[in-house]
Ligand binder design. Structure first.
Ligand code: AMP
Length: 425
């Protein structure tokens, strides 16, 4: 495979097209975009689409919620133009999770309006038989998780000879969850002459290695925000005793009346329990966690996407992949285990520039965890209160003052949960 020069001094994308018309797209595509009510290209789209339309390899550093799916979906559809005889796959999109496979398939199908292009998702946890028969009928674009794609390759039910383009979506997450060997096996089965598009929130050394080995002179485009990316979302916290969290949750949901909310819990059992109790208090509550069978996860996801479920209680595992633009509220019922998880959870709201708000329940023991999150996002969460749920007054121990440039600054004494840990990371 030709070697790619991946370096860190990536050019910052300069394209700032104000309409899709400026990107040189076909009329059928412009009509599909108008039907989808996409009026203005997002920066990721304005940057990637013109380059990808030329057939060049692109490494785009971009998070979900930035319009990255259409950024690769649009050029793929334009480049396929007319499906091959028998609908042999022309594009393969590899994604880390089943939920994302469905989401990407749906987004591409929406953009394929007016074309005879077929797009399908292949992922584990679903009977392979029905996927095999769908593959036999022909599909131009395959969106799949690496394990299941490899399974189909081994069975000879998926052919890659006609591929024009391979996309590695959320490449860093695929590597994080151990998909490297599978990805490499798949890429080695793809035609050498092809386009490779790689999208990743971070360009860690593993991603860079992958790009070096399997991409040809990729253009590197960095769309990552300067800070950790949740600074536009209003973020608040409540100090609350563990045993009163559920009542606070009910009161908060009544006060906020969210369009759609995700309530994040730490454990699968806690997720089930919270959902069961909440469903007795209000309608349209459902839950999602890794112990549920795939069919059930898909059904819940569909109901959530269709707006039939208003409150989804979920664990981090499934919460990460969810992209639903109408999510107005994130509630961290259990404080996330890592600060990165916090960013992922909170990033589920405020999608595509919409307003969002995130609340975090912090017990008196968890002050240090709250501080770690604040240090990572460089923002001080605002304290919130609901009548009847005032935090038990605490005389906070003297705070260590962070260096001047080490935001956030400590809150006034007595206003924060007691900090068991020292400040800092
Ligand atoms: P993504 O980052 O691809 O997960 O996209 C985030 C959300 O934004 C999805 O729900 C898309 O349907 C939506 N979206 C993508 N591009 C646009 C656009 N140009 N205008 C409005 N919405 C968009």
């Amino acid at each position: 495979m030709p070697n790619a020069q991946v370096c860190n001094d990536a050019p910052t994308p300069s394209s700032s097209a104000e309409s899709f018309g400026e990107l040189g797209l076909s009329s059928v595509m412009l009509e599909a975009l108008s039907a989808a009510r996409y009026e203005v290209p997002s920066p990721v789209q304005a940057g990637i689409i013109p380059r990808a339309l030329t057939g060049a390899d692109v490494l785009g550093q971009a998070r979900t919620g930035t319009g990255k799916t259409a950024a690769f979906g649009i050029p793929i559809l334009e480049r396929i133009d007319k499906p091959s005889k028998g609908h042999q796959p022309r594009a393969l999109v590899l994604v880390p999770t089943r939920e994302l496979a469905v989401q990407v398939r749906d987004e591409i199908a929406k953009l394929a309006l007016g074309r005879k292009v077929r797009c399908m998702a292949v992922y584990g946890g679903k009977p392979i038989r029905s996927q095999i028969s769908q593959l036999q009928r022909g599909s131009d674009i395959i969106v799949g998780t690496p394990g299941r794609v490899l399974d189909h390759l081994a069975r000879g039910t998926l052919q890659l000879e006609q591929l024009l383009c391979v996309v590695l979506d959320e490449a860093d997450r695929m590597l994080d969850i151990g998909f490297r060997p599978d990805i490499e096996k798949i890429l080695r089965r793809c035609p050498k002459k092809r386009q490779t598009l790689l999208l990743s929130a971070t360009v860690a050394p593993g991603v860079e290695r992958l790009a070096k080995s399997y991409m040809t002179d990729p253009e590197i485009m960095d769309f990552s925000p300067k800070t950790k990316g949740v600074d536009t979302i209003e973020q608040r916290y409540f100090t609350i005793e563990e045993q009163r969290k559920f009542d606070l949750l009910v009161a908060l949901l009544k006060r906020e009346n969210p369009a759609q909310a995700i309530v994040f819990c730490r454990t699968k059992r806690g997720t089930d329990r919270t959902q069961r109790k909440l469903a007795k208090k209000m309608p349209n509550v459902d839950c999602m966690h890794g112990d549920m069978v795939q069919g059930a996860r898909d059904r819940v996801m569909k109901k959530f996407r269709d707006g039939k479920v208003h409150i989804l209680v979920a664990t981090d595992v499934v919460g990460r992949g969810i992209d639903v633009t109408s999510i107005s509220h994130i509630i961290n019922y259990d404080i996330p285990q890592s600060s990165d998880d916090y960013v992922h959870r909170v990033g589920r709201t405020g999608r595509m520039g919409r307003e969002g708000i995130a609340f975090t329940f912090v017990t008196t023991e968890q002050g240090g965890e709250l501080t770690r999150i604040e240090m990572l996002i460089n923002t001080l969460l605002k304290r919130d209160e609901i009548e009847g749920f005032q935090a038990v007054a605490q005389a906070a121990p003297p705070q260590e003052t962070p260096a001047e440039d080490e935001k956030p600054k400590p809150a006034p004494p007595g206003k924060r949960p007691r900090r068991r840990h020292r400040r800092g990371l």
